[in-house]
Design a protein around this ligand. Structure first.
Ligand code: PEP
Length: 248
């Protein structure tokens, strides 16, 4: 399984920052892992041009559950695909929290994304209160149950990102044993649900992945890559994470 380093720029970046994508490609023209950047929608077109015929793939950060229609300000999976994106993140905890997105809505978005020919990166993760209450695995189980398509047999097109909410943007991470426990649990849950193809589905860890902790996290069983926020904004930091993943 080829690992995946995915960067989520969130609501950061104007055309001036496209140089970071250029610098990333200059430093890592043939990375040892798949390399994806998800910039804000305004930069997708420009970044797709930079990434043409290169190892860099471009994705969206969200899509609407409908193919098109009267949804002012939203973007559809079809539009992302048309702009040159290959992936889309759905169910990020910031969308779940800021926009009240339910798992049922995340599932609808994932299905629309897959139908449009995009790889769907579905995010799950517990809050700090849920972890402290010993509810982590129950929360993950519920989010997986509600957010994933009912059936899916193409391991290439469905990626799960485990992102503890309390680890996002905080500089705090779970212990390696805690990451291992949740990733094992997600793998087992996917296998029960989808059968053997789930052995090949990529499970990303996300939450304060930095150049300094990437190698340790990538050595954890069932960690097939990372979803990186803050450290994906700078080519040097993201490049170091790409290099660490390429060695696994
Ligand atoms: C994220 O939001 O997906 C994320 C992992 O952010 P950060 O790397 O900044 O914690």
């Amino acid at each position: 399984m080829r690992k995946l380093a995915a960067g989520n720029w969130k609501m950061n970046g104007t055309s001036a920052e496209l140089g970071e994508a250029r610098a990333l490609l200059t430093a890592h023209p043939t990375p040892g892992c798949d390399m994806l950047l998800c910039p804000p929608a305004t930069l997708i077109g420009g970044m797709v041009q930079i990434a043409e015929r290169s190892a860099l793939m471009i994705g969206g950060q969200d899509c609407h559950a409908a193919q098109n229609g009267a949804h002012t300000g939203d973007i559809s999976a079809l539009m992302l695909k048309d702009a040159g994106a290959s992936h889309v993140i759905v169910g990020h905890s910031e969308r779940r929290a800021d926009h009240g997105e339910s798992s049922a809505l995340v599932r609808a978005k994932a299905i629309t994304a897959l139908t449009a020919g995009l790889v769907a990166i579905v995010c799950v993760g517990e809050t700090e209160a849920q972890r402290n209450a010993g509810e982590t695995l129950a929360v993950i189980a519920m989010q997986l149950e509600g957010s994933l398509p009912l059936a899916h047999d193409n391991p290439e097109s469905l990626v799960i990102a485990y992102e503890p909410v309390w680890a996002i943007g905080t500089g705090r991470t779970p212990t390696l044993a805690e990451v291992a426990e949740v990733h094992r649990f997600i793998r087992d849950t996917l296998i029960r649900r989808f059968g053997d193809p789930a052995r090949q589905m990529r499970l990303l860890y996300g939450g304060s992945v930095k150049p300094g902790n990437a190698a340790d996290i990538f050595a954890v069983p069932n960690v097939d890559g990372a979803l990186v926020g803050g450290a994906s904004l700078k080519a040097s930091d993201f490049g170091a994470i790409v290099a660490a993943l390429g060695h696994h």
